[in-house]
Design a protein around this ligand. Structure first.
Ligand code: DGY
Length: 327
């Protein structure tokens, strides 16, 4: 039985979300809602967090040890994203701050988008649409925007977590692709068998893939995991799709490989310095660029917000948080 006389926990909702979910949160919490199009600056975040016990944030607010020390009352951080590289988890754990993220609810939607981006890059969809809109289309030609096939080719997946496996299923079962992957740990044989997935070294993955899709979490160990020397191993006819985090790929080296014809095309939803995109990438026609929207279907973005809300509600009512990241 909730104690109706008890004050509501003070919570900062740091990003604009769906109005009905925000309204429901305002019933459960003493809510400070940053209902603004712009993310809070680090200084504004620090100020708005004063006296708050909880924070609902996205993947862009930087949660550092300094911020935690400046906001000592903060006890719970609930992220509406699955990626949590913006949070210093060790610093949170050391200060007894519990952190949750939003896994699972976005897996299939993100895999759909990763697949679409890979196909758009391979079949030159953005490039050809721009050509048409510019009024350059004068005639049908046998080689007009001829790209790479998807069906029957080799799909290489770097990072075989939930999203990687969902992409592998699409490739193997929907498009007859041969699936190879590289991951720190191998899938169990019963997970590999239905999609015919084969674990290979990172070098073999880069050499053999016709289409490489990057879905590895961003950590200090995965910074520039795909750099100049790795791109040099790829087939000139191959494509690279990144829906993980920008820092996993060296954007400048990638732009160079695309410009020099050492890689056919790329699909990028994430960038090293979001929301800035490196001018060398902007200058490449053979790259499809999207603004970090892989999980952005309406039902999935709602589900992400609702899972973040459930984590906060659980934390403040003494129940286990559904997707706690630390203890
Ligand atoms: C995630 O959930 O991590 C997506 O990349 C959105 O930021």
């Amino acid at each position: 039985m909730p104690n109706l006389a008890a004050p509501k926990p003070r919570v900062l909702l740091a990003r604009r979300i769906f109005p009905d979910i925000a309204a429901r949160m305002a019933e459960a919490f003493d809510l400070d809602y940053a209902d603004d199009d712009q993310p809070l600056s680090p200084e504004a975040l620090r100020q708005r967090l004063q006296g708050k016990l909880g924070l609902l944030a996205s993947g862009t607010e930087q949660i550092t040890a300094e911020l935690l020390d400046a906001c000592p009352e903060l006890r719970v951080i609930s992220l509406m994203t699955v990626g949590h590289n913006n949070v210093d988890l060790a610093a949170c754990s050391a200060r007894g701050v519990r952190v949750s993220n939003a896994p699972d609810v976005l897996t299939e939607t993100t895999a759909d988008f990763g697949f679409a981006l890979m196909m758009a890059a391979a079949r030159r969809i953005s490039e050809s649409e721009h050509y048409l809109r510019r009024g350059d289309w004068k005639q049908w030609r046998v080689d007009l925007f001829a790209g790479a096939d998807i069906h029957g080719t080799t799909l290489g997946i770097l990072g075989m977590g939930r999203i990687g496996q969902a992409i592998a299923r699409r490739g193997a079962l929907g498009f007859g692709m041969k699936v190879i992957y590289h991951n720190r740990s191998r899938l169990a044989p019963e997970q590999e068998a239905p999609i015919g997935a084969r674990w290979v070294s990172k070098e073999a993955l880069l050499r053999e893939a016709d289409h490489l899709v990057i879905v590895v979490p961003y950590t200090p160990a995965s910074h520039h995991l795909v750099a100049e020397q790795d791109l040099a191993l790829m087939k000139p006819s191959a494509t690279l799709t990144n829906i993980a985090r920008g820092g996993v790929v060296d954007d400048v080296a990638l732009a160079r490989a695309l410009q020099q014809g050492r890689l056919a095309a790329a699909g990028l939803d994430v960038f090293e310095r979001e929301p800035q995109v490196h001018p060398d990438l902007l200058a490449c026609a053979n790259v499809v660029l999207t603004p970090h929207i892989a999980s952005a279907s309406v039902p999935t973005r709602r589900a992400m917000c609702e899972l973040a809300e459930r984590n906060l509600l659980a934390a403040f009512s003494g129940r286990p948080m559904p997707s706690l990241l630390n203890s």
